[in-house]
Design a protein around this ligand. Structure first.
Ligand code: GDP
Ligand code: MN
Length: 386
């Protein structure tokens, strides 16, 4: 689950990470009051959307007067923000963060994630903050400091001091840096975080270390036990289809191809998409219907896929491990009876009772193409959806 920058900063403050002062607003009228309350003579108007790269997309506006703040609010509110990290439609701007402008001496990057290779919570730090960190990582990897936290221990102030030294931070900045990093680690380990990032972490002309931006992603599988986080969910920032899918425990991601995919198991779903691409097609979605698939879920999945405007055909690929293929076949038929069949469909069944499942489909009144072989199934659907 993603949250907004203003929500990330609320969490930061609870964990002793310093941020610039800011006020969240919903309409332009509130902006004058916000500026007066913040004081100073530089304000930053920041669009709250679930995507980075807002600066590049025009969603972060520095203002020297209250009138400029008002203009910026009028310009942004109610529009969609397109950034290098969104699709061409962008994301709706419903809230703005008005922040006290800072005089920046230096921009750093600081983030934590789980490195699957080393199986450790890994700290990434760089002196090249404020930029696209993926670009820094690919073009100048030596500018990124990686530090794996000992899974049997904890992050301690010696570790922080080591990372600070690598970043060239010393003197009275060291304590501020240590507090920031320990705070991030505490949030990461207590809130079921999958990624936490401050880009940029700034050093101001007054020698203050502040989180100028904040991004926190949470592990969806653990979100049930993070009620305070779940209450921060903003569905206006999510794809409608993906919300519907999550209500039915389906893992669904819209893509821009033409072949709808319905697969059980994320790995098999990825392999299926690869195979479609390999044979000249392109998947319209990623969909994992899960292990204990029911007829009802299959029907919902069909509905979702058929409402994608660009879909020209559907490939169903089910491996019967725990589930039996004959039950899946019956589920597919029930689903088609319920939602109708308007597109060519190829079904590949493999595993427990596969022959029986294929027989059920072949004997049905619908024109369902069956295949036991995955490559042949992929070739068939690519051909049918041309
Ligand atoms: P992002 O583009 O979505 O990552 O949004 P950020 O919150 O990181 O803001 C983008 C950029 O705007 C930052 O990297 C800064 O360079 C600039 N910026 C944001 N706030 C301030 C500020 O208070 N003062 C100055 N001088 N620049 C700012
Ligand atoms: Mn940023």
């Amino acid at each position: 689950m993603h949250i907004h920058e203003y929500q990330a900063k609320e969490i930061f403050r609870q964990f002793n990470i310093q941020t610039p002062e800011s006020i969240l607003i919903n309409n332009t009228l509130e902006s004058v009051h916000a500026c007066e309350k913040l004081g100073g003579n530089l304000w930053v108007v920041k669009a709250q959307v679930h995507a980075g790269g807002r600066g590049k997309g025009g969603g972060v506006i520095l203002c020297k007067t209250k009138e400029a703040v008002e203009l910026a609010c009028d310009k942004l509110l109610g529009t969609n923000l397109v950034t290098p990290q969104t699709d061409s439609k962008g994301l709706p701007i419903e809230k703005l963060l008005i922040e006290s402008g800072q005089n920046i001496e230096q921009e750093l990057y600081l983030g934590l994630l789980v490195d699957r290779q080393t199986q450790k919570i890994t700290i990434l730090a760089s002196t090249e903050g404020g930029m696209d960190i993926e670009k820094v990582a690919s073009e100048t990897p030596d500018k990124i400091i990686k530090f794996g936290v000992d899974p049997l221990g904890d992050l301690d102030s010696n570790d922080c001091a080591y990372i600070a030294r690598e970043l060239g931070i010393s003197g009275n900045l060291l304590e501020q840096f240590t507090n920031t990093l320990l705070g991030l680690y505490e949030i990461f380990t207590t809130k079921d975080v999958s990624l936490i990032e401050i880009n940029p972490l700034i050093i101001t002309d007054e020698e203050k270390i502040l989180a100028l931006d904040g991004k926190i992603d949470f592990d969806d599988n653990a979100i049930y036990r993070q009620e305070d986080i779940l209450s921060m969910r903003d569905t206006s920032q999510e794809e409608e289809k993906e919300i519907l899918a999550s209500e039915h425990q389906l893992n669904y991601i819209s893509l821009d191809g033409t072949i709808g995919c319905m697969v059980n198991g994320a790995g098999l779903a990825m392999a299926t998409m690869d195979l479609i691409e390999h044979h000249g097609g392109s998947p319209a979605n990623f969909l994992d219907v899960g292990g204990g698939t029911t007829a009802d879920r299959v029907a919902k999945a069909f509905e979702l896929i058929q409402t994608e405007p660009n879909v020209r055909g559907v490939l169903v690929n089910i491996f019967g491990g725990i589930v039996r293929c004959d039950l899946i076949a019956e589920g597919i038929i029930q689903a088609i009876e319920r939602v109708g069949l308007v597109l060519p469909i190829v079904v590949r069944l493999e595993g427990t009772n596969a022959p029986k499942g294929l027989e059920i489909l072949n004997e049905s009144n619908f024109s369902i193409h069956t295949e036991a072989d995955l490559t042949k199934a992929a070739l068939k659907i690519v051909e049918l959806s041309k």
